[in-house]
Design a protein around this ligand. Structure first.
Ligand code: PAF
Length: 309
């Protein structure tokens, strides 16, 4: 599959690296190119494996021609950048292309679905791989884990779906195909609703979320997510989500969450698509979401201190 990776952040370069290395071993995999958000004249990037082995690799940049020929577009930008990134290129995307989004949070589909033709289809890839950008075009692969892939819009032919899953599994292994990706997206947003704002506001590593002092807040966040999810037709169990949050916080105990990293680096966070999304759905269904609303607003206050108004 000719593939364009959109975004030069940690996840973008990780996907680009794994797919282009796969292509090196199997020429049948088509051309892999990277579409960065800002122009670059670089011809190389540096990739450091989990075992610390670091090397430079050639960089192939995307252009209008590679975009037009792409059968697969993997959009690896933050949730708040997805709509703009796709608006800039959708007129170049082939009628039968597959588009994959990889961001945290929910709410982008509402912003982008009108851009697609009925023959195109949109997948969500929920990655549990860890990657860290240490400088521009320098990334470190920091953690492996299972990823979930599922259709959020459109219906690809079976053969294409099989080929995509094979490609993703070979490059990002292991990737499970989820018939009900919405359920997996809601489980992921529940985890992010807890770990991201609490770690950012308290300035703590993920593991500290499991401390007793946070447990009432964690429960309140989860309860609201379960209630709002039910109104959206997603059945979630409070105890299942609680144990998921505990597990992820433990597994990533020494990690800095993406939201905490955004605040530390004075970048916009994804809060509008995480707790902010739960707040908006609460309003839509006339359900109070006081804890998620409070966390959403508190992170917005932090952002306001450095983001241009
Ligand atoms: O956004 C993040 O940082 C991650 O999704 C997670 C799972 C909270 C781990 O840090």
């Amino acid at each position: 599959m000719n593939t364009v990776i959109v975004g030069q952040g940690a996840i973008g370069l990780l996907c680009y690296h794994r797919l282009s290395q796969l292509k090196k071993h199997n020429k049948a995999n088509g051309l892999i190119s990277l579409l960065p958000s800002t122009k670059t004249s670089l011809t190389q990037y540096s990739f450091s494996e989990i075992n610390g082995e670091a090397k430079n690799f050639p960089l192939t940049l995307a252009n209008n021609q590679t975009l037009t020929c792409a059968q697969l577009i993997v959009v690896c930008v933050k949730s708040y950048q997805v709509a703009d990134a796709l608006k800039a290129i959708h007129h170049l995307i082939a009628d039968d292309a597959i588009i994959i989004v990889t961001h945290n949070g929910l709410g982008t589909l509402e912003e982008i679905s009108y851009l697609f033709k009925p023959s195109q289809c949109l997948f969500a890839l929920l990655l549990t791989q860890g990657a860290k950008k240490t400088a521009d075009y320098h990334i470190e692969h920091t953690g492996e884990g299972e990823s979930n892939l599922g259709i959020i819009w459109g219906e690809p032919v079976a053969e294409k779906k099989r080929h995509l899953l094979e490609l993703m599994t070979q490059s990002l292994q292991p990737v499970n195909f989820q018939e009900n990706i919405k359920q997996a997206q809601w489980e992921k947003i529940a985890i992010n609703c807890v770990i991201n704002p609490l770690s950012a506001l308290e300035n703590i590593d993920n593991g500290k979320i499991n401390q007793r002092i946070y447990q009432d807040t964690v429960r309140d966040i989860i309860k609201e997510v379960v209630n709002v999810g039910a109104r959206e037709g997603v059945e979630l169990a409070e105890n299942v989500l609680l144990s998921l949050v505990t597990k992820v916080a433990e597994r990533t105990k020494k990690n800095i969450s993406s939201m905490r990293a955004d605040i530390m680096n004075k970048r916009r966070t994804e809060i509008d698509y995480i707790n902010g999304y739960i707040h908006r759905l609460g309003e839509k269904h006339q359900l109070a979401t006081p804890m998620n609303t409070k966390l959403w607003l508190a992170v917005k206050v932090l952002e306001k201190q450095y983001l241009p108004q």
